[in-house]
Design a protein around this ligand. Sequence first.
Ligand SMILES: *Cc1c(COP(=O)(O)O)cnc(C)c1O
Length: 398
Amino acid sequence: MIPALMPTYNRADLAFEHGDGCWLYTVDGRRFLDFGSGIATSSLGHGNKHLTDAIAAQAHKVMHVSNLYRVPQAETLAARLVAETFADSVFFCNSGAEANEGMIKMIRRAQYEAGHPERYRIICFEGAFHGRTLATLAATGNEKYLKGFGPVVDGFDHVPFNNLNALRDAIGPQTAGIIVEPVQGEGGIRPAHVQFLRDLRATCDEFGIFLGMDEVQTGMGRSGKLYAHQWSGITPDVMSSAKGIAGGFPMGAVLAKEHVAKALTPGTHGTTYGGNPLACAAANAVLDVILAEGFLDGVQAHAAKLRAGMEAIVAEFPTVFEDVRGLGLLLGFKCHVPNTQVQDAFLAEGLMTVGAGDNVVRLAPPLVVTDSDIDQALDMLRRGARRCLPSAATMAAK
Ligand SMILES: *Cc1c(COP(=O)(O)O)cnc(C)c1O
């Protein structure tokens, strides 16, 4: 019989009772070091007092009013994001896929309002992941996820990642814009080359199309800057953000330049929950921490330490790992042995990681990770790697 909780996931048999910083404690008293952050989402770790106090205080006052009324917490949050980014205006929603839906609609509608109703197609990249709604599935373009869900939403073209010639060849009279992840997360922690991002910006300007950035996974400090595209020096026209934005409270956002944002006039787009007082209180508390003097420098320093340790482990176990890839605290081991085996070995040592495409194991610790957490993680990674040596497997079989 089907379980009451719909079985759409392959869940590990672990149930957590509480957390503290980067550590999670199971209902049966075991402790794990969380270097997955619930898929790059628990940005302040677990039980962060500033965040939980802000959520509790707001919950006591008022959680939800709808967007029929002003929401001061949303006005404050939007003004802060505008002050810190390329954006002139922000739309709040509830998830990454929903943020990407908003971004897709904004790109299409802005072309329509600019006198180009024929421009509705969006170019996306092979290996991308943009979400699980019908349109974001089409943007993702992965056959495995699309199978059996009816006609694929029209208007998405796919080209190889980091290949400017292929991209330019795909631009046609119906092209409205491009959507790119600065680092492909689900696709295998594959960074866009800095020059490629600059070329995308120049190409969009040349053809009068819009550059959309999917920073659902890379944003909100994960790269060591507030948004990962800031490393390249270019700005998109529109960008989606979610995952870590409210530290684990469900939230998404679309940040846009005025020329795109102004296409969504009252009544053209909306959401019931999006940007409610509770979600915005959580996100404001996350921003308090991330924007504090020196915090992002700390993320960069911790990222450098973790990466150096991972590189050493790759050098030590060349039959298990191929390389280290990623940016900031979004790092991956490209594996020679199956990534699920590597992940299981890390978990057996007490370290939680997340799989990714391209046979990669992803490490995305909370942004509040400490030197001591990293030292302990590196020990677990080394011991886990040892479990994956072909000889270890042979010995275990005996
Ligand atoms: C996770 C993710 C999404 C989808 O976000 P959901 O909140 O699961 O809908 C979209 N784009 C990227 C890059 C992601 O990593």
